[in-house]
Ligand binder design. Structure first.
Ligand code: SF4
Length: 456
């Protein structure tokens, strides 16, 4: 079990990136045309063995949850998804010919929004589109984000028939007062039914998403939610700290009513409760709010050092190139990021012109790519092996990054990392502070910046 020292949590509560990319999305810039970014896709495509990870952003939701920070389109009109599929077809038709047919998809993820806004025939149409253009590795992992409020048994069957084997279910909290306050009524029976359907159809890894820091939550109420969640026996849990950013997401302002948002000290106590409860009940703390059973592939991949961090969080498939479709989706090559338009209108307009719908992104220098490698090793492998890094980079790692390594000394004094002649190892306690460790290697980090969320 990890014992959480709240004095250390207060000390290290800084505003820092979550490192789903490096450089982070705030360093992306607008391009006049997508051509320079697409050149990176063409370059990496010369390697026909480079595996692919596909992401489809399915943005529609029937109602808005007031805490939501995702890119969504709120509508009750289900024909919207037919139109959206028409445009996904155009986007796939533009990009798939640039991908060597021998390259194998090892991972496919539907995120949102609410992917289960799509009805069974639409889910089947999307799967057929993808399989028409890409070939899958036999052991590919296919995962989908599920809203138990918008799920039918027929959708589970359609997803399973398309090869999906993993699902992540949004729960947030089981307390009815909290659910009402955040505009997301989801009785436990609904979540249980979704889990039963998914398990019965053969989904092998189920993740539940929870959020702490929502209105009316207390340590006692969240203890009850955690106990109920543990009864459902998920393979993984992601327990996020609610990020209150009403200047970016105006609907969040509603949550300020009645002053029911828990104060920072209550959030700290909830963080301690979550970490200590889950790590004492058979879950490994992967890092960055993610927990997994020791037998789950996420924990196995971390132990085997094949874990990867990307815009979907942690992923079990390392060394892949990410090809992402739909609004706001971010693609990744070894030396670039490319983000699609964030709203429907410009996304549709670009595709109507026959253009790839992305004008924003980032090209990585060799130094950026090296620092990304270092930061991802901290976030995923929880260690830096100087000899291995020196071999890979072709120079003495410890000598070149002596300034960055010196920044770790106070963290070592607080027990977050252990530094030896051969490298750096993140301790059990240090898993709570991965951002603080990674930030030491971030060449763009400005400590006074408020552009990133805080640790708690
Ligand atoms: S269902 Fe998910 S994506 Fe849609 S509004 Fe709620 S939290 Fe946001």
């Amino acid at each position: 079990m990890i014992n959480v020292n709240l004095d250390l949590v207060r000390k290290y509560d800084i505003s820092a990136p979550r490192y789903t990319s490096y450089p982070t999305a705030v360093e992306f810039r607008d391009f006049a045309t997508p051509a320079p970014l697409l050149a990176h896709l063409d370059r990496s495509n010369r390697d026909a063995t480079l595996p692919l990870s596909l992401y489809f952003h399915l943005p529609f939701c029937e109602t808005l949850c007031w805490f939501c920070g995702c890119t969504t389109v709120i509508t009750l009109n289900h024909q919207s998804s037919d139109t959206y599929l028409d445009y996904l077809e155009k986007e796939v038709a533009l990009l798939a010919p640039r991908v060597h047919r021998d390259r194998k998809v090892v991972q496919l993820h539907y995120g949102g929004g609410t992917p289960t806004f799509f009805q069974p025939p639409q889910l089947a149409r999307l799967a057929a589109l993808i399989r028409q253009h890409f070939s899958f590795a036999p052991e590919a992992e296919l995962s989908v984000e599920v809203d138990p409020r918008r799920l039918s048994h027929a959708q589970v069957v359609a997803l399973r028939e398309s090869g999906f084997n993993r699902a992540s279910l949004g729960v947030q909290d089981f307390n009815p007062q909290v659910q009402e306050a955040v505009h997301r009524i989801q009785p436990r029976a609904m979540t249980e039914q979704a889990i039963n359907w998914l398990r019965a159809e053969g989904f092998t890894s189920l993740n539940l998403d929870l959020i702490y820091g929502l209105p009316y939550q207390t340590v006692a109420s969240f203890t009850d939610t955690l106990e109920q969640v543990l009864e459902l026996n998920p393979d993984r849990l992601a327990v996020f700290s609610y990020a209150h950013v009403p200047w970016m997401k105006p609907a969040q302002k509603i949550l300020e009513r009645e002053s029911a948002l828990p104060p920072p000290e209550t959030k700290l106590a909830m963080l301690k409760l979550i970490t200590e409860t889950l790590t004492s009940r058979g879950y490994v703390y992967i890092g960055m709010d993610h927990f997994a059973k020791a037998t789950d592939e996420l924990a196995v991949a971390q132990a085997a050092r094949t874990l990867q961090r990307n815009f979907q969080g942690y992923s079990t498939r390392a060394g892949t190139e990410i090809l992402a479709f739909g609004i706001s989706a971010i693609s990744q090559t070894p030396h670039s990021y490319r983000q699609n338009h964030k709203t429907l209108e410009p996304y549709y307009a670009a595709l109507d012109r026959g253009e790839v719908p992305a004008l924003r992104g980032r090209e990585l220098s060799e130094e950026d790519a090296r620092r990304r490698d270092i930061i991802m090793r901290v976030m995923c492998h929880l260690q830096l092996d100087y000899a291995a890094l020196s071999r890979e980079f072709g120079f003495d790692f410890a000598a070149r990054y002596a300034t960055e390594l010196a920044r770790l000394a106070p963290l070592a004094a607080d027990g977050l990392v252990e530094i030896s002649a051969g490298g750096v190892r993140v301790t059990e306690l240090g898993r709570l502070f991965l951002r603080n460790i990674a930030v030491c290697f971030d060449a763009y980090y400005a400590p006074e910046s408020k552009r990133h969320s805080r640790t708690v």
